[in-house]
Design a protein around this ligand. Structure first.
Ligand code: PGA
Length: 250
């Protein structure tokens, strides 16, 4: 059962506490109903997507429900948050590879419906999002340093799609996928905080005890560039979705 925790007046983050499996089901419900409404007017839902461990259950549920016959879940246009710079698109640790494996191939999404920021043409990504009608639903995870996408500490609120230096913790968390810290790229390309805040709806996901400290800070720290996730508290339709472990209630 979901229930509201925390003091919204203090945290500024409307929080929904729910287990990761139920959160995946609820988010897929939301994606499906938005995609159906959009399809009724002949369009496609535009979703902004993260990679990482956090959304694995969401993508598995999305695929399962599509295979069960929900065609609406296939009628989406996607924009990913970020990508490593300086690696081949086919590299197994690339965000592109992750998305292909977890969502795009199982869903049978046409490559033209999927987008990733490209360091060689940053402004084109912002233009493509606008041309698609803007992001209807942006899903993000939280890095243990408070990053969203590759918006590392220091990211200003008015940031847009750009190339950035990756934080040490971000590279450490990617080390296993790359086969060692020294093989992890030092730079990434990411949408900006302003790009994320321009989405119509934002859902921030955090599961597991390892996220409890950053979730607490995300809710209570002063809003600012030191903890980029705090910028998202200012959105009119943002929700932080956590399980009991990430909420620090166990
Ligand atoms: P994770 O990464 O889902 O693997 O914890 C979250 C993030 O860094 O944004």
């Amino acid at each position: 059962m979901a229930r509201v925790v925390g003091n919204p007046a203090r945290s500024h983050f409307p929080i929904r506490m729910i287990d990761a499996v139920a959160a995946a089901a609820a988010l897929v419900d939301e994606i499906e109903s938005l995609a159906k409404a959009r399809a009724a007017s002949g369009g496609r839902l535009v979703v902004g997507l993260p990679t990482g461990r956090t959304p694995v259950a969401l993508y598995a549920e999305w695929v399962r429900r599509t295979r069960e016959g929900s065609d609406a879940l296939r009628r989406v246009v996607t924009f990913n948050l970020d990508e490593f710079v300086g690696i081949d698109a086919e590299h197994s640790a690339a965000c592109r590879s992750y998305m292909k494996k977890h969502l795009f191939e199982p869903l049978g999404l046409a490559p033209e419906a999927t987008h990733f920021p490209d360091a060689a043409n940053l402004a084109a990504y912002e233009r493509a999002i606008v041309a698609a009608g803007g992001i209807d639903l942006q899903i993000v995870g939280i890095g243990r340093n408070g990053h969203v996408g590759f918006n590392e500490p220091g990211s200003p609120r008015d940031s847009r799609t750009r190339e950035v230096a990756l934080a040490r913790t971000t590279r450490e968390d990617a080390a296993a996928a790359f086969g060692g810290l020294d093989r992890v790229p030092t730079r990434g390309v990411t949408v900006g905080i302003a790009t994320i805040l321009a989405a119509k709806r934002i859902r921030v996901l955090a599961f597991g005890a390892a996220k409890a400290a950053i979730v607490r800070e995300a809710c209570s720290a002063r809003m600012g560039p030191e903890l980029p996730v705090t910028w998202l508290r200012d959105h009119a339709d943002v929700r932080l979705i956590v399980d009991v472990d990430a909420a620090g209630e166990r």
